[in-house]
Design a binder for this molecule. Structure first.
Ligand SMILES: Nc1ncnc2c1ncn2[C@@H]1O[C@H](COP(=O)(O)OP(=O)(O)OP(=O)(O)O)[C@@H](O)[C@H]1O
Ligand SMILES: [Mg+2]
Length: 337
């Protein structure tokens, strides 16, 4: 895989009729906004009516500007943040209201890899202890059996076993990513939510780490939700993509369809901003104007209208729903065809 030049797809093409492994319906996560006296003065709607599914074996990309709610989506699905409203069904079980400690067995096969690779590793623990710990909590394995599994996973993620005796600060950022992944994989998950898994890595290391994800996907039969700023990478490895803007999905569908014919003006602006090597443009130039509005004080109607060069008066009146207007391609814009 090369990350330079025109991207060549390395997708694994999940079966279009595969059943959903994860089904999220009308998910909301509101954070209270407080004044200096700690009085609640409003809500920050980090997730506002988000519905999506992830099929077994596919990679669903989640993209959008900083602060649009990508990590909140991952963390709410994981139960790290309790949902304000909505439903999360994983492997056919409703896990929305289950507290993390009450749903260990169910949630074990659903894992989240933190945006900050150091966050999942205790700086005071050697790598070995960080990798044994989830197995101690979640399984009945003996110390010997745990050690065997931990060593095998270290090999799978391409790290020498000698690294088990190091502390997190003694290894590189790329290696911390691999340890973070190893920690998750010890629990034999089916769905892994990867939050910005290549951010902060050199381009050459990014390519190696992406290849590792694809190898591990094949080796362990994984399904990924892939949160990323990097649209070129999303285009290369994801089967479908959801584009988020201020807590809402504004466009979602098959990669080819979205990248070749984006319908929502926000997606069009994002794609126009990708450097086009080889000169071919996906859309006419269409740049985002201004900053996103204050998320605690959203505009009426379509929340993108304040930055949208096409906005009309009706866009201020009511919020456009996310509708599948053509096969495998939905958008939430009053003006799209
Ligand atoms: N624990 C929290 N308490 C209050 N507000 C939060 C909390 N976590 C996130 N937010 C707010 O929710 C919104 C979405 O944040 P989130 O971290 O999900 O964005 P993101 O899309 O992951 O951004 P980035 O690309 O920078 O990682 C932001 O406005 C953020 O300030
Ligand atoms: Mg984030």
């Amino acid at each position: 895989m090369s990350l330079a030049g025109e991207t060549s797809a390395v997708r694994t093409a999940a079966r279009a009729d595969a059943p959903p492994l994860l089904d999220v319906a009308a998910l909301r996560k509101y954070f209270p906004v407080r004044d200096v006296w700690q009085r609640q003065v409003g809500w920050l709607k980090a997730l506002d009516d988000v519905s999506l599914f992830v099929r077994k074996g596919e990679i669903l990309g989640i993209v959008g500007e900083s602060g649009c709610g990508k990590s909140t989506l991952g963390k709410t699905i994981m139960g790290i943040h309790p949902a304000t409203d909505g439903k999360i069904v994983f492997e056919g079980n409703d896990i929305t209201k289950l507290r993390p400690d009450k749903s260990r067995a169910l949630r074990r096969r659903l894992q989240y890899s933190y945006q900050d690779p150091g966050a999942s590793l205790d700086p005071r623990w050697k790598i070995r202890r960080s990798l044994h710990e989830p197995l101690v909590i979640h399984t009945e394995l003996s110390a010997d059996a745990r050690e065997k599994r931990v060593r095998a996973i270290m090999r799978s993620v391409g790290l020498p076993e000698t690294h088990l005796d190091l502390y997190p600060h003694e290894i590189s950022g790329g290696q911390q990513r691999r340890v973070g992944l190893a920690r998750i994989l010890t629990l034999q998950p089916t769905l892994v939510i990867l939050d910005e898994p290549t951010s902060g890595l050199d381009v050459s290391v990014q390519a190696t780490v992406l290849n590792l994800f694809l190898d591990l996907k094949k080796e362990f039969g994984l399904t990924y939700m892939f949160i990323s700023h990097d649209l070129s990478v999303v285009r290369m490895i994801c089967d479908r993509v959801a584009v988020m803007y201020l807590g809402k999905i504004v466009e979602m569908g098959a990669i080819e369809s979205i990248f070749s014919a984006p319908k929502h003006p926000y997606t069009q602006s994002l794609l126009a901003a990708i450097p086009q090597i080889g000169g071919r443009k996906v859309t006419d130039d269409f740049w985002l104007e201004g900053e996103p509005p204050d998320p605690t004080n959203l505009p009426s109607g379509c929340r993108f209208r304040t930055r949208c060069p096409l906005a009309e008066s009706r866009c201020a009146q009511s919020e456009p729903p996310l509708i599948e207007k053509r096969p495998h391609h939905a958008d939430a814009c009053w003006l799209s065809a």
